[in-house]
Design a protein around this ligand. Structure first.
Ligand code: NAD
Ligand code: WQD
Length: 331
């Protein structure tokens, strides 16, 4: 199939493009490079030994999106393009609501106009809010604590309503848990601008000596060692999850958790990183970070049952691959 991958130059999108190419699909990337680099496109081509079409386009611009669908026979869309910094979304909510929701609506509209019925959407476990773990797809969603999370819940809702009204429209709403790691080549990975907000990129910067020490946000949560527990998933497994979702689309909108089902605490992750890479990660315990929850991990059984997909990489491999990328990466 010819798949339009919005945000395909980004962290998860680039790994997914490789997985799609390796599975025999062809790929058109639409990305405005607001949080990614053009040279990632060359790296995708090198790793997958296959061509991709790259269009530097803002997918909130309806005309530009129309031109894509008019010029290429698109069989399906994977919509990664979006802004994702939780803290920033509190400071500039309108930018987040506009970018993340308008892009979803414009792409869905183009799909309707051009008869494209396959749509895969990047959602997030954040839509569960502070629910009881493990998170299951059938749970009622709780409010998230930030505009970013709301854009995901609203986009899910919009796509579900469209699918309900147009039964031939097949949508997979993929709720990612905490993606980490990088391609085993060390060529592509997560490269946030400035000081990272997320744990793994912060840890790799500390390991590299770019940051002095990790601040562990709270050790008084009701968890195994008091630090926050998350379901870290290797980005390569996540990428394969998209291929599986695309191959198993069915009429209507269907939600899938993409996680491992395993919780790992902050201190367990630090220990795994030190073990995997024989490198010390100095840390100190500081106050809780506002908006954080104690535990977040998936019930990953639906994706296994319906998509035939399960995550394969363990936390040691995630830490090893995250570090291989960071070691070679020039800011
Ligand atoms: P990323 O920032 O690396 O990739 C997003 C890409 O979208 C970037 O290349 C950016 O340039 C592009 N983009 C943003 N707005 C655009 C627009 N209007 N038009 C065209 N391109 C645009 O982020 P990522 O980690 O790869 O995340 C991909 C998707 O997955 C996002 O929707 C994100 O919200 C979602 N998600 C990410 C995580 C995570 O922890 N990384 C977790 C859950 C969900
Ligand atoms: C993980 C754990 C922190 C940094 C976020 C978004 C979520 C999704 C994934 C997009 C927590 C602790 C972190 C640090 C720390 N993104 N931590 N020191 O908060 O689970 O999820 O990214 O959809 O929506 O909210 O991920 O990596 O920030 O934190 O102690 O410097 O690490 O408290 O327990 P989070 P994270």
């Amino acid at each position: 199939m010819k798949i339009l991958v919005t945000g395909g130059a980004g962290y998860i999108g680039s790994h997914t493009c490789i997985a799609l190419l390796e599975a025999g699909h062809s790929v058109i990337i639409a990305d405005n490079l607001c949080n990614s680099r053009r040279d990632t496109i060359d790296k995708i081509i090198n790793i997958a030994e296959n061509e991709v079409t790259f269009l530097e386009i803002d997918v909130t611009e309806e005309q530009a999106v129309d031109v894509i669908f008019n010029n290429y026979k698109v069989d399906g869309v994977i919509h990664f393009a979006g802004l994702k910094a939780v803290g920033e979304s509190v400071d500039i909510p309108l930018t987040y609501y506009y970018n993340n929701i308008v892009s979803t609506m414009i792409l869905a509209k183009a799909c309707q106009k051009y008869g494209v019925n396959r749509f895969v959407f990047s959602s997030s476990a954040t839509v569960y809010g502070d629910n009881i773990v493990p998170f299951v797809e059938t749970m009622d969603l709780l409010p998230t604590t930030n505009p970013y999370g709301e854009t995901k819940a609203m986009s899910e809702r919009i796509l579900t309503d469209i699918a309900n009204a147009n039964p031939e429209f097949s949508v997979a709403l993929l709720r990612y848990f905490n993606p980490v790691g990088a391609h085993e080549s060390g060529l592509i990975g997560e490269a946030p601008n400035g000081i990272p907000n997320n744990l793994m990129p912060y840890v790799t910067k500390v390991a590299k000596g770019k940051l002095e020490k990790l601040r562990v946000f709270g050790n008084d949560y009701p968890t195994v060692d008091g630090t926050g527990v998350r379901d870290y998933i290797h980005v390569l497994d996540l990428a394969e999850g998209h291929v599986a979702a695309l191959d198993n689309l069915k009429e209507g909108a269907h939600v899938y958790n993409l996680g491992t089902g395993q919780g790992t605490s902050v201190l367990e992750l630090v220990k795994a990183f030190e073990e995997a890479n024989s490198i010390k990660v100095p840390y100190e315990i500081v106050d809780r970070r506002p908006g954080d929850i104690a535990s977040c991990y998936a019930d990953a059984s639906k994706a296994k049952r319906e998509l035939g997909w399960t995550a394969k990489h363990d936390i040691i491999t995630m830490c090893r691959d995250a570090w291989s990328f960071e070691k070679n990466y020039e800011d």
